[in-house]
Design a protein around this ligand. Structure first.
Ligand SMILES: Nc1ncnc2c1ncn2[C@@H]1O[C@H](COP(=O)(O)OP(=O)(O)O)[C@@H](O)[C@H]1O
Ligand SMILES: [Mg+2]
Length: 370
């Protein structure tokens, strides 16, 4: 069902992304060792990867690294790979990959990080040994093994990951890492693919960006979703939802879900999506806003009011939070870009990534009394 809120696993529940899927599957076929999937929050990265790997019918183990953000000591290559190795056991219990994939998915979703003790202290050699076992495991089955590092920017606190990934690319024939990230700038900083001093520099990889859906596609997505469940919804309402939710398929899905599952009106459904969005966005924003609340909130406020140029945003920020040296202001603004809350347009203007940012900003303003 298109309007199911869980990450999609099956092709028939997943709208479009034809080109990107083709590219991804081709990448697997030619044996890429590293596939990087970029895209802002709730654009469908996790779904895309699950659907693609399900189509490919290859064994894969997804690791949701956001779950680890409270326990950075578990982020070392060896601890993460040990968890992957545990999950691999599922594949040995059943003959059909598809069955195992379902089990693995449900199991990894429920990994309780707090219950996991550090069995291995971050030795790179140990990580390499585990990876060699993965490679042998895949070779025995004449397949590839895919390790999905979902929201991999969390790994930036452990730079040895770059070495491990590079080592794996050089030495293993049957293992592919799929890496996703919402905080695109942070992920790029972590991987340092274009930095000659980085171990990953110059290594072959496939990079796939998932853009927002165009207005037409967003409308078509909602239409199909409603058709699928036999609910007739006026075109004006669909267009209004698309205008307000701006091509972010996650929010469109939530909108459809509320209309379909609770039979609420257009306005109510939009209000509920906004409620969810505000809660999620504020908690995500707070992770960085807390370091300089007045200034960050002022910048976000300016952007949510539609101010676009560096200097008008700065002037507004200073009006709210007092004088800020150019350099400091720029660092804060660029951080918002790196973390994927604000985007810089080709003509060097700044705009909110998420159409629901203004509501989140209202909440942050109350909280921090800005
Ligand atoms: N192409 C798609 N077709 C249908 N639903 C989608 C699609 N992409 C994402 N979704 C839905 O949007 C929401 C966010 O997707 P998710 O894969 O979690 O995004 P991300 O990992 O980028 O944050 C989920 O409810 C998911 O089911
Ligand atoms: Mg995701």
């Amino acid at each position: 069902m298109l309007f199911d809120r869980k990450p999609k696993v099956r092709r028939e529940d997943f709208y479009d992304r034809e080109e990107e899927l083709k590219l991804f599957l081709r990448g697997l076929e030619v044996g890429e060792g590293l596939i990087v999937v970029y895209g802002v929050r709730r654009i469908g990265k996790t779904s895309f990867v699950y659907v693609a790997l399900n189509e490919a019918e290859v064994p894969f183990v997804p690791v949701d690294l956001r779950k680890f953000s409270e326990s950075p000591s578990l982020l070392s290559p060896s601890s993460v790979l040990r968890l992957v190795e545990d999950a691999l056991a599922e594949y040995d219990k059943v003959a059909r990959v598809r069955k195992a994939v379902e089990k693995v998915l449900s199991r990894v979703e429920s990994i309780n990080v707090n219950g996991v003790t550090i069995r291995t202290r971050g030795s790179e050699r140990l990580a390499a040994e585990i990876l060699e076992r993965f490679d042998a495991w895949a070779r025995r089955r004449s397949t590839r093994l895919i390790v999905v590092l979902d929201e991999a920017q969390e790994l930036r606190v452990v730079p040895s990951w770059r070495k491990i990934l590079a080592w794996s690319l050089d030495n293993l024939e049957n293992v592919t890492f799929v890496v996703t990230g919402s905080e695109i700038g942070v992920l790029r900083d972590f991987l340092r693919l274009d930095d000659p001093n980085s171990p990953l520099f110059g290594r072959s990889r496939l990079e796939i960006a998932l853009p927002r859906f165009s207005r037409d596609k967003s409308i078509d997505f909602l239409k199909r979703g409603f058709l699928e469940i036999g609910l007739s919804v006026p075109r004006e309402e669909i267009e209004d939802a698309v205008d307000k939710l701006d091509g972010i398929v996650g929010w469109l899905t939530y909108y459809g879900h509320y209309r379909a599952s609770y039979g609420v009106s257009h306005d109510d459904a939009l209000a509920r999506v906004e409620g969810d969005a505000v809660e999620l966005l504020t908690s995500e924003l707070e992770k960085i806003v807390k370091y300089s609340p007045r200034r960050y909130v002022a910048i976000l406020w300016a952007i949510s009011l539609g101010l676009r140029s560096w200097s008008t945003i700065k002037r507004f920020t200073e009006g709210v939070a007092g004088p800020v040296p150019d350099k400091n202001f720029d660092r804060l603004l660029q951080n918002l870009v790196r973390y994927g809350f604000v985007e810089k347009t080709p003509n060097l203007e700044y705009r909110a990534v998420d159409p629901l940012l203004p509501k989140a900003v209202e909440k942050l303003r109350k909280k921090y009394r800005v």
